[in-house]
Design a protein. Structure first.
Length: 116
């Protein structure tokens, strides 16, 4: 008769409840008993997950993206040039930005970051 072998994964499927971990207060009390002074566990702020940079043409609606592509073909210029021209028109004729000092500050920041 063949000998029964234990499965490799047999230990993973036991139905025993997991051991209870001590609470932060219980840990602090134990540390205070051993060291003789009160210590708080360091509370770390939640880790912020940075999002990947999304290209501007991905953030535009499909209808506007299609219009940009067609306009770039007809005008024989790039989509970036069309967007730049549209933004210049918007800021010159549609909306008036009164805080020119702040604009100049950002121009200085973005001018240093510009690829040459």
């Amino acid at each position: 008769m063949a000998k029964n072998r234990k499965l490799r994964t047999e230990g993973f499927f036991n139905n025993k409840p997991a051991a209870k971990l001590p609470s932060p207060d219980e840990v602090n009390k134990t540390i205070a008993k051993v060291t003789g002074k009160e210590e708080e566990l360091e509370q770390r702020p939640p880790k912020v997950v940075q999002q990947k940079r999304v290209p501007l043409t991905t953030a535009i609606t499909p209808e506007n993206r299609a219009k940009l592509e067609v306009a770039s073909i007809h005008s024989k210029s790039s989509v970036a040039d069309l967007l730049n021209n549209a933004l210049e028109h918007y800021f010159e004729h549609v909306i008036d930005i009164e805080d020119q000092d702040l604009v100049n500050t950002f121009i200085g920041i973005y001018g240093r970051k510009a690829k040459t």
